[in-house]
Ligand binder design. Structure first.
Ligand code: B3K
Ligand code: ZN
Length: 876
């Protein structure tokens, strides 16, 4: 990069000077290039007050401009300026037609942005700023246009030619070529444009909308994957129905298409009428897909469908508003999944992700508010903060307004802004207008980064029968934000009496929302005869860290009695965390550890209890992850965390062995696979028991795991058994099973990804050399993001003792990969950098090594904007 990349700021936003009435595109696709012919009808935007403004179009440096003409007159170099990513025409007329032809190279596009080839097919990814790699156009979400697209390609290689909207014409051309024209009647920003050309098969179904319109549903994939599309189709129909029932939102085109592609930077993309999906988020069948894979497909299919309203019909004014569509849509898909499966389990899973990964992001060098003020590269802002914290903020709005007013607010939002490109402020205003509530202070969640902390203390006055809860809030500084104003935090709580019964609260219910709005606030509850145990942050009512000095016995009490399922799970987590943190603080390799027996008895009671949801039992019995324990540490002691987790798991297994074996047997039923919630729950409990038993490393447990592997009729059971054996000290069994697995599944790319991940996360000695070897294996493809993630990201995130090896080899390995990937696929490179950005959380020795690698990346030469931004912000 000749010049250092510059940040762009929200405060510099200006309305577009021109509107684009229609966009007519014609693609000629060839093996060594593509030609894009564009015909744009452009008029002055009355909302722009500048007199005689210039026309500004984006165009990536890789786009060759073949010809450009204005109202039929060819333009020469003197008529426009092309500089950086902009093409400017100084004083165009009020209304005119601009035609252009550009030449691009999808066949060598390894960034997987714009038009590229995934295996043998052409496909696109335009969000956020990929359209500028296709043709010259205002590549900003507030410029919306009606698109008409013709795709022409070889008929034999690319029998299927798809784009947004409805097909309106087709025909044959010379040289065995054919073409199809598509029209999308809904004005849309360029980031929602899509095109696919390939040799694809599909399944087809239909959905009748609530107003009685017929919609054709098609899901496309390569022929070999045709047997893995049914679950996505069922999920799509469920999502369409759910959005009608829950939000009153109906689908608007006659056809909805999903295409599965192998090479994809993210999970999926909500292009209007033509979603493009990473195969990992759409393909599923029992033999090849784990339970969590099925759940991912259901959630992502729904997420992209929900975007049709929260994102497409109402879109973002600029990319600072990304959470407007992403936070809201994640909230919508989380509620959908909760309704389709177990609500509490879904909540526990989402909160676990938030508390480990998003809280870490919010405390790291890339921390940003859900509506950032500036960025260098927008691709770096598709973050857990924008998505998951953004969803939590929408959830808090619903908590504050209540279900009915929230629905009224969302109706108003969709109606008021249909067809517009708007801001997070417009969303909040709709919620305020519909509910009559004042969300002024609540807005701080949009512009302040960092995770707020609540320190809660209590006092009981026995004589007066009065219980006082004092809540103090604070929020640590984040980049560019030293001091924070007080947040409006909805704190859902309840009180339990000494018998474990719920106390009636002033609102007449057993759960109440406390509006925490001050830095310090006291809430008083009267009419109590004994000191209650507080149940705090029920349902995780706000994305905060809550501190209350619970005694271990009180946590056991809450585990047994709290009526809030989330809090029962959280009490178990807190108990385990408290015990493990004490062991971590006291850790020395030569010192014997002793486990507080209360954890074992608490776990035993849960295993013995009748009638509990099996999925929740398995969540409660799952020890806090290394990542979560690391997030909670001020200075991460990688070796202590690893050793303590192993010790605690092993001790529990020793003491509960018989029960674990019995529960394993009870749940090891010989019935056909189904991904429904009950079956998933049963398998998760069974497999959790197996993992405890395997930690004993006995011959008996090895045989149990091997038997499960052999008889498994589904990938969930098979994969768990394989992981447990592959990560054990039974090295020859590990090798044999891994070889067997590869031999069975080498033709299934997504299963091979599991096989790669299992090896990349194997904690046994020699991990890094195994990873380097894997990267030479024919199953690895360094251009495919799924393969890169399965090996490199998994090693760095899930094999911490080796990634953090004190000789620096793990850090060096990652930095080498980033330097290689920087030019090949900048988005993936920047994303993979994350583990190194957390260097300040580690010991001085590790800090020095990590920082040195970040510096080496910085000095390595021509950095992409993506990598530059992450590296430079991390080194501040
Ligand atoms: N909106 C897309 C993300 C696109 C990523 C661009 N780098 C997927 C989603 O959130 O639905
Ligand atoms: Zn999304």
């Amino acid at each position: 990069m000749s010049q250092e990349p510059k940040a762009i700021y929200l405060k510099d936003y200006k309305v577009p000077a021109y509107l684009f009435e229609s966009t007519d595109l014609r693609f000629e696709l060839f093996e060594d290039e593509a030609l894009v012919h564009a015909e744009l009808v452009i008029t002055r935007n009355p909302a722009c007050t500048a007199s005689a403004p210039a026309l500004e179009l984006h165009g990536h440096e890789s786009v060759e401009l073949v010809s450009l003409s204005l109202d039929g007159r060819a333009l020469t170099d003197n008529d426009y300026v092309r500089e950086g990513e902009m093409l400017t025409i100084a004083t165009p007329p009020e209304r005119f037609c601009l035609t252009s032809t550009t030449r691009i190279h999808p066949e060598s596009n390894t960034a997987l942005e714009g038009l590229y080839k995934s295996g043998g097919m052409f496909c696109t990814q335009c969000e956020a700023e990929g359209f500028r790699r296709i043709t010259f156009f205002p590549d900003r979400p507030d410029v919306m246009s009606v698109f008409r697209t013709t795709v022409e390609a070889d008929k034999t290689r690319y029998p299927e030619l798809l784009s947004n909207g409805n097909p309106v014409a087709r025909g044959l051309a010379d040289n065995n070529r054919h073409w199809v024209t598509w029209e999308d009647p809904f004005p849309k920003p360029a980031y929602l444009f899509a095109l696919v050309a390939g040799d694809l098969q599909h399944i087809e179904d239909r959905f009748v909308t609530m107003s009685g319109r017929n919609v054709t549903l098609k899901i496309f994939a390569e022929e070999k994957d045709l047997d893995k599309l049914d679950y996505a189709m069922t999920s799509l129909k469920n999502a369409m129905k759910w959005d009608e029932e829950t939000y009153g939102r109906e689908y608007d085109l006659d056809i909805y298409m999903i295409v599965a592609v192998d090479f994809f930077n993210m999970g999926a993309m909500e292009n209007k009428g033509l979603n493009i999906f990473n195969t990992s988020c759409v393909l599923a069948n029992a033999a090849t897909t784990t339970d969590s894979g099925f759940q991912r497909v259901e959630a992502v299919v729904a997420h992209e469908y929900f975007h049709n309203w929260s994102g497409n019909r109402v879109t973002c004014r600029d990319w600072f508003q990304l959470s407007l569509k992403e936070g809201f849509t994640v909230f919508r898909d989380a509620e959908f999944s909760a309704d389709m499966n177990s609500r509490t389990v879904k909540r526990v899973e989402d909160v676990s992700l938030l508390r480990t990964a998003q809280f870490a992001e919010d405390a790291g060098p890339m921390a940003h508010p859900i509506r950032p003020e500036s960025f260098i590269e927008i691709s770096n802002f598709y973050t857990l903060t924008i998505y998951e914290k953004g969803a939590e903020v929408v959830r808090m709005v619903r908590t504050l307004l209540g279900e009915a007013l929230f629905r009224k607010g969302s109706d108003l939002y969709f109606e008021r802004h249909d067809g517009q490109a708007v801001t997070t402020e417009d969303f909040i205003l709709a919620m305020e207008d519909a509910s009559g509530q004042d969300l002024s202070q609540f807005r701080a969640w949009y512009h302040q980064a960092g995770t707020p902390e609540l320190h809660v203390s209590d006092q009981f006055d026995a004589a007066a029968g009065e219980y006082k809860l004092t809540v103090k809030q604070s929020c640590p500084p984040s980049p560019g934000q030293e001091k924070k104003s007080a947040f409006h935090i909805p704190l859902a709580m309840g009180l339990l009496n000494e018998k474990g019964e719920e106390v009636e609260l002033p609102n007449g219910e057993t759960t109440q929302i406390l509006n925490v709005t001050e830095f310090e606030q006291t809430f008083i509850f009267s009419g109590l005869s004994t000191k209650p145990v507080p149940s705090l942050l029920r349902g995780f009512s706000a994305p905060v860290k809550l501190f209350y000095p619970y005694q271990r016995d009180e946590l056991m009490f809450l585990m047994a009695h709290d009526s809030d399922g989330f809090c029962r799970w959280d009490a178990a987590q807190k108990l385990a965390v408290d015990i493990m943190q004490a062991l971590i603080a006291d850790y020395h390799p030569d010192k014997a550890m002793v486990l507080d027996g209360r954890l074992v008895s608490a776990f035993r009671s849960v295993l013995d209890a009748e009638g509990l949801d099996k999925a929740m039992v398995s969540k409660v019995l799952t020890l806090p992850s290394e990542a979560y324990l690391s997030e909670l540490s001020d200075c991460v002691d990688v070796d202590a965390i690893d050793a303590v987790r192993k010790f605690v798991r092993h001790s529990i297994a020793v003491q509960l062995e018989d029960r674990l074996r019995a529960v394993y047997q009870e749940n090891d039923l010989d019935i056909a696979y189904s991904p429904d919630a009950d079956s998933v729950a049963r398998r998760s409990l069974k497999n959790l028991c197996l993992s405890y038993l395997m930690s004993l490393e006995t011959e008996a447990s090895l045989q149990l795991a091997k038997a499960q592997y052999e008889k498994a009729d589904n990938m969930t059971d098979m994969q768990v058994a394989l992981v447990l054996v592959a990560h054990s000290s039974f090295r020859s069994d590990a090798k044999a099973l891994l070889a067997d697995f590869y031999q069975r599944w080498s033709g299934e790319s997504l299963v091979v990804n599991l096989w790669l991940s299992i090896q990349a996360s194997d904690p046994n000695e020699g991990a890094l050399s195994r990873v380097l070897e894997l990267m030479q294996h024919p199953a690895f493809d360094g251009k495919n993001p799924n393969k890169l993630r399965s090996v490199i990201s998994v090693f760095c995130a899930q094999n911490s003792t080796h990634f953090h090896a004190l000789d620096g080899s793990g850090y060096r390995f990652l930095a080498d990969r980033i330097i290689e990937l920087n030019s090949q696929n900048p988005q993936i490179a920047a994303r993979m950098l994350t583990p190194l950005t957390r260097w300040k959380k580690f010991s001085a020795a590790r800090q020095a090594l990590m920082k040195a690698e970040l510096e080496r990346i910085r000095e390595s030469g021509d950095l992409s904007k993506d990598v530059f931004e992450v590296v430079s912000k991390s080194l501040v």
